[in-house]
Design a protein. Sequence first.
Lengths: 158, 158
Amino acid sequence: MSAPMEIEKKFLVSECPALDDFKAEVVRQGYITSGEDSVEVRVRQKGEGYYITVKSKGTLARSEYEAAIEPTQFETLWPATAGRRLEKTRYTGTLPDGAAVELDLFEGHLAGLQLVEVEFASVEEANAFKAPGWFGADVTEDKRYKNSALAVADQPPA
Amino acid sequence: MSAPMEIEKKFLVSECPALDDFKAEVVRQGYITSGEDSVEVRVRQKGEGYYITVKSKGTLARSEYEAAIEPTQFETLWPATAGRRLEKTRYTGTLPDGAAVELDLFEGHLAGLQLVEVEFASVEEANAFKAPGWFGADVTEDKRYKNSALAVADQPPA
């Protein structure tokens, strides 16, 4: 089964807004495999949900397999991700124009990093998007801000 | 946590004995990772039990993490092991001298292969072991008969 295509943009945050109306949840994810391996195996906590995900790295037909797991299963496998983890609090809310955003405040070795993602229903919508004043630089295409890269970085990208 | 050290020998089977007094169970295992990857991730069914196991490949400090999983979780991850699987029926029983043996009759691409393993309490016991007449060649040190090698072989080793 393939994951549905997501159209989203990712930005730095120049000034974090008040988060009173946002829903907060803990996100922890760690990679069991290394970046050079033929497959990516990730465990993830998102609020009350726990998952294991396998992504193949083929270029033509990438496959993805994901199973919900129990917290105890997560805790058993989590130590296998040492050195390849990221932990953050994700704030989910809606901009005045109706766009749903996810604001990630990172912890641990990435403390201080703040990223905001906006998801769009179409490419046209993404192209027409005007970022609010509190958004910083658009880092959608900057590979240093991919989760798998952040997990093994020494600190937030400069 | 490290797995306890196992002392066992593995043999081909020259003449399969009557298995009436043996317990039979299905064993299916598949590798999510490839042999060159930095870590080994395996899912396994053994009778009614299902497991995911992560083994690091470090030479000094090899770690192993294993979690029991549900059949539905196993079935979700099993497709990620295509081309890196082995399936067999394992017969467990006791030799006249009291040694516990595991006799594996392989299926699928390994159909026809039969292996028997004997586990020992000590190295002395292993060295003193006299194989019964129905045992074939000792393949304990033959890497072609490792599970991870058999899983990706085209057919049983010649």
